[in-house]
Design a protein around this ligand. Sequence first.
Ligand code: ADP
Length: 228
Amino acid sequence: MVRKRSREVRKYPRIQITSEAFNLKMKIILLGPPGSGKGLFAQFLQDDFGIKKIATGDILRKEIRNKSKIGKKAEKYVSKGIYVPDKIVLSMIKNKIRRIKNFTLDGFPRTVKQAKFLDKVIKVDKVIHITTNDKNVIKRIANRLQCGKCNRIYNLITIKPRRKGICDICKGKLYIRSDDKIVKTRLNVYKREIKPLIIYYKKKDVLEKVNGNRHFNLVYNDIRKLIK
Ligand code: ADP
């Protein structure tokens, strides 16, 4: 029999957060290329378990939109698809990770320097590396939309909003990220930086690998098992 459930298209919001889930104490890092689903799974973990999603890309885009001091500095890097200098990112994230008990980091750390900084501030419980091939990444990004208000991620094929261009949950406007047009540059930057980071976490014995080249329900099931 065909496993129908795993092919279902997921709609926001998902299940009710149980008290057991609320008792989770988890500091999770998601590693993976652009379009591997980090943002999506971090959002699912937040919806299902109350584990807060902290996405440095979302924070930076907000700073850029608000034309803040950080935003003005970061814009020239983000628009080119290259990493924002550690100094800017570290000062931006420091207070957030100190204050929050349960979180998933999406897009941080991206360099060994960032990982070492993180180790000084908190103890990481799990690092989940989502692997994907370039073809999938490019296809997903070509169909990706994001909510400008709550940062939920949608996809024109797999996770369609109920109303065109509108977020199911907060009714914010969905938009296409301008840096999604330079996905190949971002992929190359990622490939250059990820290897030393993987070695770093392998040595610490916290690294888990998940095959991200599958339907998102299957990938998410694996991630869920890892945090239980
Ligand atoms: P993706 O997962 O597609 O790379 P993100 O939203 O995580 O996208 O990040 C978008 C951009 O924000 C990156 O290309 C980079 O310029 C910047 N950025 C995000 N997180 C970091 C970080 N930890 N260090 C440096 N730059 C970052």
